[in-house]
Every structure is written in C-alpha cells, then in structure tokens.
Design a protein around this ligand. Structure first.
Ligand code: TYM
Length: 338
C-alpha cells in the first residue's frame, strides 16, 4: 500500500485554501492508503508564537482536522513535535543541504522581503524539515496545494541526494498529489494572489455566517464588463474560482452567462456565493465547537497518533543511521578483560 504524508502549520484557523488545496484530499486518501497527517507545529515556530498561542493553534487545527472528517481510526494523526525522530533526520539532511540552494527558494526570498527583521535559520532550512517530515515515513504521495510545489521539489532532491551519496536505493522520491489533476490554488478575496492565513483575505472554516457575508460582500470587484464575452479581470476570475469550488454547477453557469451577456450584478453573485460558503462551513463549524471542547478525546487522538508515527519514524531513523555509518559497538568485545 502506498504511503501518504502531509501536514498543515499551526498558525491559525484553517481557511478554504487549506481545505480545498489539502485537507479535502487527506480525507479522500485516508481510506485508500497508509496515511500520516500531522500538525506542523515546529514549522510554526519561525514566526515566534507565544506559548499560549502555540498550544491554542495546535488544538484548533487538530479539532478542525477531525471536524472535517479525518478519522484517527484509519489515518495516523499526530503532532510533528511528538516525533523527535523528525528532528534528527532534519539534522542529518541539513549536512547535505546547501545554503545557496536554500537561499534561492521562492518562499525564502518572499520571507526575506516581507519580514527582513526575522530572517532566522529555521526559515532558511524550512524545506529540509519538510523533507524530513515526508521521507521519515518514506512517503510516495503528498497531497498539497500549488504553493508547496517547490518545497516538494526540494524534498525529492534531498531524498535523491541521500540515495546518491550513500549509494543506496533507500528513500522514495515523494510526489505532490491531487488525484492526477493540477495542484490547486484558492485565491483570496482581495483581488490578487492566493488565500492565506496571514494575508487578511481568507474565509475560515470557523467563521460564522455573519462574518462570511461581510467578507464576501467586501470582496474586490469592478464596474462590470463592457463587451460581451469579455475576458475576466483577475478579481472577477477569483470570485468565479471560489464559486466553482463551493457552488452547484448551475449556479456558476448562471452567473457566467450573466457576465458574458454584460448583465451581471456582482451584488447578487456575492450574496449567492456567501450563502453557498455558509452552507458548506456551518456543519463543520458546529463540529469544531463540539470536538474542541472534548479535551479527553483530543488527548487520546494525539497519544495514539504519536505512538503510531514514532513506530514508523524510528524504524526509518534506525536504518538511516546504519546507512550513514553510525554502528553500535560490539558489546562482548571487552568481555575477556573482566
Ligand atoms: P500551510 O500550513 O501553509 O498550508 C497547508 C496546506 O494548505 C495548502 N494551501 C492552499 N492550497 C490551495 N490554495 C491556497 N490558497 C492554499 N493555502 C494553503 C498548502 O498548499 C498546504 O498543502 N510547509 C507546509 C506544511 C508542511 C508540510 C510538510 C506539508 C510542513 N511539512 C510535509 C506537506 C508535507 C505549509 O506551510 O503549509
């Protein structure tokens, strides 16, 4: 059976991008493959959360995983920080990861631009930790959104490099996965770019109906098409992209036709879009509230997950250590001197 690994950082509530780019596929894949889904709490430290925020976010993401339908009976659900083997593999992989290639990754360059006051070494080696997360279980498929493509390319590179250096065929090269389709990018509501947790352009699974209506009604549009069948500008295309994922096909077709005939009223489209999002998120929100208040259940889930994840991770690490040349001393070597 194929092994699947993926994770989401604990940096706040999950939004529609996290759901449709990643979580939806986690849920679909859990019954077909040997799945490991974790909460990337080490990765979230690059932005220096307070201890209270760190714990609160981990609990929130865990509750959201479960509320969306991840089943701890079939998938291994765990916290990254509960599997210390990951950090050892990270250290070992760091020895063969070059500063130059890490500095050239798009997400690192973005961070340098956006937060020049906090360019820490954890940010630089972020793709190495991510590779360790994946190859510690020797996964072949990684369900992720489009923004993770380059990180996956790096993970393949580090896996391949390890195999080449030690002349072994040990690690599988992990592939990003979306059931044969192109990886998804859910846009934000601010006209350009992707929906992000810190971009202020997101709709969260945990948002209530009033908040969702307000956010959608405020989404960027323009004064409308002036010619029939005119190409859509990015902000309008983005609204349609979100509608495509949450609404019925007939609804999308209806508004597309209105657009093409220059008869569209964005106010009506947004009202419909808001209601369709609310229909989708309301039951999830209710389950999040229910699950997040059940600390006993949550602690049972992470405990079982940690045990299963560590069993798999320690097996890999033991083999990796042997391949690298860490060998146990022969214990009866000095027996005769006693
Ligand atoms: P993170 O926490 O930023 O996002 C989690 C998942 O959500 C996807 N995603 C999106 N997909 C489509 N449209 C969007 N607007 C959108 N925003 C986020 C991401 O592609 C991702 O799949 N580095 C990872 C976490 C991680 C990881 C791993 C993932 C750590 N180790 C190992 C896979 C395997 C991250 O920051 O994702």
């Amino acid at each position: 059976m194929e092994t699947v690994v993926s994770g989401i950082r604990s940096t706040g509530n999950l939004h529609l991008g996290n759901y449709f780019g990643a979580l939806k596929n986690f849920i679909k894949m859990q019954h077909e493959s040997n799945c490991y889904f974790f909460i990337a709490d080490y990765h979230s430290l690059t932005t220096h959360p307070t201890p209270e925020d760190l714990h609160g976010s981990v609990k929130q993401v865990l509750s959201e995983y479960l509320a969306c339908g991840l089943d701890p009976e079939v998938a291994t659900i765990y916290l990254q920080s509960d599997v210390p083997e990951v950090t050892e593999l990270y250290l070992l992989l760091n020895m063969n990861a070059y500063v130059g290639e890490l500095e050239r990754t798009t997400s690192f360059k973005d961070k340098v631009r956006k937060q020049p006051e906090n360019v820490n070494a954890g940010l630089l080696t972020y793709p190495v930790l991510m590779a360790a997360d994946i190859i510690i279980h020797n996964a072949s498929k990684v369900p992720v959104g489009k923004d993770q493509e380059q990180n996956l390319e790096m993970a393949r590179k580090f896996a391949r490099r390890f195999n080449n250096i030690y002349k072994v065929d040990y690690f599988t090269e992990p592939q990003p996965y979306n059931f044969g389709q192109a990886l998804i990018k859910v846009p934000g509501l601010d006209g350009t770019g992707k929906m992000g947790k810190s971009e202020g352009n997101g709709i969260f699974l945990f948002d209530d109906a009033k908040t969702i209506r307000k956010k959608v009604m405020r989404a960027v549009t323009d004064s409308g098409p002036t010619e029939k069948n005119q190409k859509m500008p990015e902000p309008i295309q983005n609204l349609f992209t979100i509608m495509d994922i949450v609404s019925e096909k007939e609804t999308v077709d209806f508004f597309k036709e209105k657009y093409n005939q220059c008869e569209i009223r964005y106010g009506d489209m947004k009202k419909q879009l808001a209601e369709d999002i609310i229909n989708f998120t309301t039951p999830i929100r209710e389950r999040i509230l229910e699950i997040s208040s059940d600390d006993q259940y949550l602690s049972k889930v992470v405990k079982t997950g940690a045990e299963k994840a560590r069993a798999s991770a320690s097996k890999t690490l033991k083999e990796v250590r042997e391949i690298i040349g860490f060998k146990p001393f022969v214990t009866n070597q000095y027996e005769h001197t006693k």
